[in-house]
Structures are given as C-alpha cells and as structure tokens.
Write a new protein. Sequence first.
Length: 235
Amino acid sequence: MPGARRRAGRPRTETAAARIYTELRAELVSLRRRPGDQILETEIALSYGVSRTPVREAILRLSDEGLLEIFPQSGIFVSRIPLAALPEAIIIRRSLEETTARIATERASPSQILGLHSILERQREAKAAGDREAFHQADEAFHANIADIAGYKGIWKLILQVKIHVDRFRLLTLPQCGRMAEVVAEHEAIMAAIEARDPDAAGAAMVRHIERLLADISATPHSNPEFFDQQGQST
C-alpha cells in the first residue's frame, strides 16, 4: 500500500511541475518577469500551494532552456537575452518557416485560409487596442497555423525551441513606433501569397518578415541594455 500511495502521488507532482513550468515559462518569454529579476522558490511554491519539489523541477527545465540562471550562493535569476545567439536562431527560423509557408500555399484548404484571415483580424484588433500580449499571441497562432497547414507540426515544435530568446527580443521591438503595423503588413503579404497559391511569393514574404528581426538587433539593445547579455558581441 505505501508503494501504491507513492505511485498515486507521482502524477500529481509531475502535473504540478508541468503547470508551473508552462506558466512560469510564459511569464519569462512575455517579459512579465524581466531579465535580472530574482526567482524565489518558496514564493512560487506558496502561490501554487505545493512543496518546493515541483517548483525545483520546473526551474531546472527552464534553466536547461536558458531562461533561468542558477547561482548556488546567490539565488535564481531570469537570464538576460544572449545577443550573440539571436542571429543564428533567426536564420534557423527563417529557413524552417520559408519551407512551411511554401508547402502551406500548396496544401491550404479554403477553410484553413479563412482561419488564417481570422487570426490576422485578431492581430489587427490587438494592434488597434495597443495590446502587445494579445498581438504576440495572434502572431504565434498565425505562424503555428501555417506550419499545421503544411502538415509539419514537428517543425513548429522545433521552431518553438529555437526561438525562445528571439520571442523575448521581439517583445522589446513591438513598442517601437509603427512596428506592430509593419508586422501586420508583413503577415498580410504572406497571407496574400498563400491565397494566390504562389509558393515562391509566400516563401519570399516569410523570409522578409523573419529577416526584419536581424535589422532590429543593432537598435534595440541601446534602448534596454540591462536586458541583454552583450558577451560575444562586437561593439
């Protein structure tokens, strides 16, 4: 019976750890917890009504992803955005999403095209409201749906792993004057190419959209230098 109790308790611990991981990860990527902020295990455990064990499991996963840094003598801190890693991540994403855009253009059904239009309209509404979080969520949905239409959900999972720090960086670019409008226009170009069944145009529009982030890298750190790890960057 004691063994049965342990087996029964294990899924609860794993579920708690998974929930804490998912919600804390969202806070880190959305910059609700900012680079350099301290993370207190006891505070998180108390807020979820759990022991420190599932909190520690979640923190270790986030540390493995590079979102948290653990210093045994000092504590746990939100990692700064590694500037040197951004160009490579953006280039990988560019290559993968050019492929999904091309294939989605050839495979999209009329109802799937309508679904993309609906997501794009949600993004326009978020832009009009100045709601950056809703805007980002619609952005994620737009790109994820293109990968889904292409039939490669695994590619989107890979992209999610690659672009963690890119997402944090992107959220810093959205407040720039006119940036959200530019993103919507870039998505509209991708949408128009998919609807026209033009894979070359869809791939090219996606490449231009993703490459815009490369141009942003040189400007954004000057606005929020405290959020970035400058190591490996030339001055």
